[in-house]
Design a protein around this ligand. Sequence first.
Ligand code: ZN
Length: 499
Amino acid sequence: MTDPKFEQLQQRLAEVNNLTKASTLLFWDQRVMMPPGGASARAEAIGTISTIAQERFVDPAIGKLLEELRAFEENSEYDSFEASLIRVTRRDYEKATRVPPELVGDLNRASAVALSAWGPAKEESNFEALRPYLETNLELRHRYVECFDPADETYDVLLDNYEPNMKTADVRQIFEQLKEELVPLMQEIGDAGDVDDSFLHQEFDQDAQRAFSLEVLRRFGYTDDEWRIDQTQHPFMTTPGHGDIRLTTNYRRDDLSSLFATMHEFGHGVYEWGVDESIAGTPLGSGVSLGLHESQSRTWENLIGRNRSFWRYFYPRLQATFPGQFGSVDEEAFYRAVNKVHPSLIRIDADEVTYNLHIILRFELEQELIDERLAVRDLPEAWNARIETYLGVEVPDDARGVLQDMHWAGGGFGYFPTYSLGNVISVQIWERLKEDLDDVDERFERGEFDDVREWLRDHLYRMGRKFSPQETIERVTGSRIDAKPYVRYLREKLAPQAV
Ligand code: ZN
C-alpha cells in the first residue's frame, strides 16, 4: 500500500538528509584534513548548509503532509517503515517548529563563541574567563525551555534532545541506585585496587599502535570498503552516508589509551554501520539516542575490549608488537592493569566504577544550575566539594576540575547522563546476547567477533530510530531500563573477592 503524499514526504526528507550529510562531511574535513587557515570560510559554509537544511525541514509543506498522512499512518502497521517514518518525523517536526529560527541561531552562535573561550580558559585554569559565556548559555537555555510545555520539568526539555522521551525523574532514580551501590564498591576495592599499571605508561611507537589497533578493528569487522580511521586531537566517529563510517583516534606516545578509544569509537561506528539498508538516508537511519549509542561504544570498549577472553587472544600479539614493554609482564598482570579501579580527577580517564560518579555529580550540578539553585559563580566550589564527597579526591585547580569538559561551554546541558545510561543499557543488552550465544568467551579466545557483531546488528542496530529509545531497549532485552545487571556486572568483575 502506498500513498503519493507519503512519497512526497520521503522526497522532501531525503533532501534534508542529503544536506545534513553534506555538512557532516564538511565537519569531518574540518577536523581531519583542513589546514587551519580554512576555519572561517568553513564556518560560513557549514552555517549556510545547516540553515538551508533546517529551513527545508520546518517548511509548512512538511507539516501539511504529516497532517494529510494521519489516516495512512493509522492504517499502517506500527512496526512498518511507513508508520515509523511518519511517527518519528512528526515528533522531530513538532519539536523543531516550536523554536523560532532566531533563537536557534542565537543558541548556535553563543555555543560556538563559548567553545572558543573554553580552550584558553582551561589552559590557564581560569574559570572567571569562561563564567560570562556559561551564564549566557544558561540564559538562552531558559528561553529555549520556554518554547515547550510549561508543565514539563525544565531539565526534561533539555534531556529530551539527547535521550528522547526520557524523564529526569527516571534518570534520578537510576542514578540514586548507582550511587548507593558504587560508592561502597569503590571503598571495598580501596587498596586492593592499587595494582601496578606502570608498564602501561611507557613509550609506545605510534606506527606500531596504529597497526595493532587496525588488527583489532579488522577482527571486529572493519573493512577498507566501508570504513576509515584517521588521527585527531579528540577521537570521534561520524558518518557522511550509508557504507561510509569514519573513525578518528589519538595515538599518544606515552600510553596505550588510544587502543581503548579506538574500540570505543568502533562501537559508535558499528551501530551506524548496522542500520538496515532499507531505512538508510531517511530520518530513521541512525542510532536512536546518545544513551543507546554509548551503550554500544561501551560494549566494544569495555565488555569486549577489557574482557579476559579478549586478551587471551590479543595479549600474545600485543607482546609481540611491544616486546620491550610487555615481554616480562604476564597476561593476568596486564588484565588487572587495564581494569584498575582508582578514584581520579578526570572523567575521560576514569575506570568502569568511578566513571559513573563523575557523571552523577555533573548531572546533579547541571540541574541546580538550570533550576537556579546554584549560581554559575559558585560552580567551582560546588564542584570541588562534591567530587571530594563522591570520590575522595581533592581538586588542585579548575583545569582538572570544572573546566575539564567542553560540554557546558558547547551548550550541552542534559548531555552528561547519557554516558551512564549507556553503561547501564550496555550490560542489559549483553546479558540478553549471552542467552543466545552461550560461548562468547570461547569465541573471543579464538579472536572471533563476527557472531557477536551480527547478533547486535540483528537485534539492535537494524532498527535505527524506528522506535523510541525505551521501546528499543524493551524490544532488545524484554525489560525496561534497569541498573541492576550493570551493578552486578561491576561487582562480579571488580570487587576484591572477584579479582
Ligand atoms: Zn562515546
